[in-house]
Design a protein around this ligand. Structure first.
Ligand SMILES: CCCCCCCC/C=C\CCCCCCCCC/C=C/C(=O)SCCNC(=O)CCNC(=O)[C@H](O)C(C)(C)COP(=O)(O)OP(=O)(O)OC[C@H]1O[C@@H](n2cnc3c(N)ncnc32)[C@H](O)[C@@H]1OP(=O)(O)O
Ligand SMILES: Cc1cc2nc3c(=O)[nH]c(=O)nc-3n(C[C@H](O)[C@H](O)[C@H](O)COP(=O)(O)OP(=O)(O)OC[C@H]3O[C@@H](n4cnc5c(N)ncnc54)[C@H](O)[C@@H]3O)c2cc1C
Length: 613
């Protein structure tokens, strides 16, 4: 690959005031993880030289390009090589394919990676993800299988069920999906209509989608790929509705892949993005499954039809909470990719003059271009680091939950809900800003940015539509505010509602103090949460019911959840940058980046910050 590096890019890199290696090691969890992450693409690349056609080689190389450009602090000088050969050789990319062809191409690659992951015994989920992403840069037809299908088995299945089903999933003896959403309901889970009626005579469940709106609609891999679903349905036993439960439901014959009796499945058609994911629909016409097919870790149906309820009926939601963490992390990395592509482009693109007659400059020299990109570099770091901080909280809470201690579940739900909404909205805005910063070339699919946007913007909708997720978090925050109003003890994460004060020491003529920044965001969050609570109580005082008052305050409640997430992100960014043990030059730069992120946020939400003084 010994192509020369664009001189503008080489010059820009030579001016770095820090060592990118320190930063890259930090972002990827240390030198060993980074070594493995770099080894995998190189391994794939070498292997592919023998295994696949030149076409694939170049496509993979492009995948590698976007992949290695993940390293925020480090970029490799391979800017036009792949693109040049890519065009000259006319390598087919899925960009030029029909949806059918693109799905088949992605399926071919995904099956290849599934085999290789097993042969190479890649156990670590992140390594599996990195390996797969190089081959299948877009939506992977097996995404649901890799994540939600297996997570649901692991978190909702009994030990026996895990022993029975997980090996089938790990070896691809079955390919799964997670089928919850229906044509009529995606958000309001209590409105799901699919039924699972227990037949005590035959000790079986009869699964039925009684109406057109009860058809399962949207699940990934349902259209063609999956032959089993973890399907959520309303359990009815002894004439009683026992709420949403999860079931292992065979969909297609394991040999012929044809739909089983009573099953109607198909693809829901073209989408805004995610073209290589076969999101589908499913109708069940009184399909019978054995009693043992209900995932019974938390709730059970005994042979005689007796329903044994879970200790907490929200535990059935754990797979969604788990996947929200994946989405929170992926949002930061998606923005990282987009801003790396846009920044590298801005170093090599010369356009217009700053000084008349002085010659065309790198567009990175325009202050407006720097503002567009540096704020997004800062945002990507903030999201990635906040996701790590949130995951640490999740891991400690989840280990308590596995021992039966559910006290942190409400906080966990609020944190995952609000951070998933905050990160995906910030990512969507940021990726689009990066795309537009590349001018016409940002509109080319070959830039890679349009697909990043159209694939990942769906994360604002799936795994809980963002507005609804903010309202979910606001339930928890409002409860905490009510407790604070009564002087009661609060969960650690929301104690700032009782302690936050605005004693800012910084003055306008000096460099802002980082502790003042955290205090300002904390005070803003406390004020917005308190205002939302006051509006809710004002609604009640006007004689509205609890639900009407909730709706009356809901726009402020959404703002409260986002202000909480913004505070969590700024605090995580600053505290982790200060505590990460970087050398002075790197720490100085990162704290500068943290200030840029926080001050840009104050400008974007200046109404909130002005209001709280
Ligand atoms: C860098 C390397 C990274 C490596 C990563 C490796 C893997 C990466 C692989 C791939 C990444 C990218 C690939 C992307 C592929 C993605 C494909 C898309 C997949 C999408 C799947 C889906 O969309 S599944 C369907 C999701 N659907 C939802 O989320 C539905 C949302 N609705 C709800 O959850 C409920 O309806 C709602 C909570 C909104 C309301 O329910 P309701 O019963 O009405 O409850 P409510 O009265 O509001 O509250 C009752 C009570 O319950 C509490 N509660 C609610 N939910 C939860 C929960 N989940 N957990 C805990 N508690 C919950 C709620 O707080 C209330 O409590 P109280 O307030 O009353 O105390
Ligand atoms: C790419 C993609 C992949 C998906 N994959 C899967 C999958 O694999 N498995 C699966 O089960 N599902 C999947 N889904 C479905 C997804 O989970 C739902 O689309 C999502 O939960 C939103 O539900 P909905 O589509 O019914 O939208 P709705 O809930 O109808 O939302 C429409 C509007 O109504 C508003 N709204 C709804 N409820 C409220 C409320 N209480 N308060 C205020 N406003 C409200 C929303 O904010 C939104 O603006 C996928 C969706 C997409 C786009």
């Amino acid at each position: 690959m010994g192509k020369s590096v664009n001189p503008d890019l080489a010059k820009a890199r030579s001016q770095a005031t820090f060592d990118p290696a320190n930063l890259t090691n930090y972002l990827y969890g240390g030198p060993e993880k980074l070594r493995r992450k770099r080894y995998l693409p190189a391994f794939v690349f070498k292997e592919l030289c023998t295994e696949m056609s030149l076409t694939d080689l170049c496509l993979i190389f492009l995948g590698l390009l976007t992949h290695v450009s993940d390293y925020l602090g480090l970029t490799l000088s391979i800017e036009n090589m792949a693109a040049k050969e890519y065009k000259e050789e006319g390598f087919k990319s899925t960009d030029d394919m029909s949806r059918e062809e693109a799905y088949e191409e992605s399926m071919r690659r995904a099956v290849y990676t599934n085999k290789r992951v097993l042969q190479l015994n890649l156990q670590d989920q992140e390594e599996q993800y990195y390996f797969r992403e190089i081959f299948v840069p877009g939506a992977n037809p097996f995404a649901l299988h890799y994540v939600m299908f297996k997570d649901a088995i692991n978190t909702q299945g009994t030990e026996d069920q895990i022993q029975k089903w997980l090996p089938l999933a790990e070896t691809y003896a079955v390919t799964g999906t997670y089928a919850q959403t229906e044509l009529g309901h995606g958000t309001f889970l209590r409105g799901l209509e699919t039924t699972a009626e227990y037949d005590v005579q035959r000790e079986e469940f009869i699964l039925n989608t009684p109406t057109i709106t009860s058809s399962k609609f949207w699940p990934g891999a349902l259209g063609k790929t999956a032959n089993v679903a973890i399907l959520n349905a309303k359990l009815i036993t002894k004439g009683r509705n026992c709420g949403m439960q999860s079931f292992w439901v065979p969909l297609r014959h394991l040999e012929t892949h044809q739909p089983l009796p009573g099953i109607t499945v198909g693809d829901i058609g073209p989408k805004f993005g995610y073209h290589t994911s076969d999101n589908g629909f499913l109708q069940l016409n009184r399909v019978r499954i054995p009693r043992e097919n209900m995932l019974m870790r938390y709730s059970k149906v005994l042979q005689d039809g007796t329903f044994v309820p879970p200790e907490n009926d929200r535990l059935v939601y754990v797979p969604m909470t788990q996947f929200r963490f994946v989405v929170i992390g992926r949002s930061g990395w998606t923005l990282a990719k987009a801003v790396t592509v846009a920044t590298r482009y801005s170093a090599v693109r010369r356009q217009s003059e700053i000084t008349p007659g002085g010659g065309e400059v790198q567009i990175l020299d325009f202050q407006t271009q720097q503002h567009k990109l540096f704020t997004q570099i800062a945002s990507a770091y903030a999201m990635i680091i906040a996701a790590k901080a949130a995951k640490d909280l999740y891991d400690s809470a989840f280990s308590k939950m596995e021992k039966g201690n559910l006290e942190d579940l409400p906080m966990l739900h609020a944190l995952t809900s609000s951070m998933k909404a905050f990160n995906t909205w910030e990512m969507a805005t940021g990726v689009e800003q990066c795309r537009m910063a590349c001018g016409g070339h940002g509109y080319l699919l070959a830039s890679g940015i349009p697909q990043m946007y159209t694939d990942m913007v769906s994360a604002c909708t799936y795994e809980g539509e963002n507005t609804v997720m903010c309202l979910q978090a606001a339930r928890f925050l409002n409860k905490c505010q009510e407790a604070a109003n009564k002087g009661e003890r609060l969960p650690q994460l929301t104690r700032f509602l009782q302690t936050s004060r605005l004693n800012i020491s910084s003055s306008l003529d000096q460099d802002v103090d980082l502790n003042d920044i955290i205090a300002a965001y904390e005070f803003r969050a406390a004020t917005v949460i308190s205002e939302a609570n006051a509006r809710l109580n004002a609604g009640l005082a006007m004689g509205k019911s609890q639900s009407e008052a909730w709706n009356y305050a809901s726009q402020l409640l959404v703002k409260a959840a986002l202000a909480f997430s913004h505070w969590f992100t700024v605090r995580a960014l600053i505290e982790n940058m200060r505590g990460a043990g970087f050398d002075n030059s790197t720490e100085t730069l990162l704290l500068q980046l943290a200030k840029l992120y926080a001050l840009d946020g104050m400008l974007r939400y200046s109404g909130d910050f002005r209001k709280v003084g």
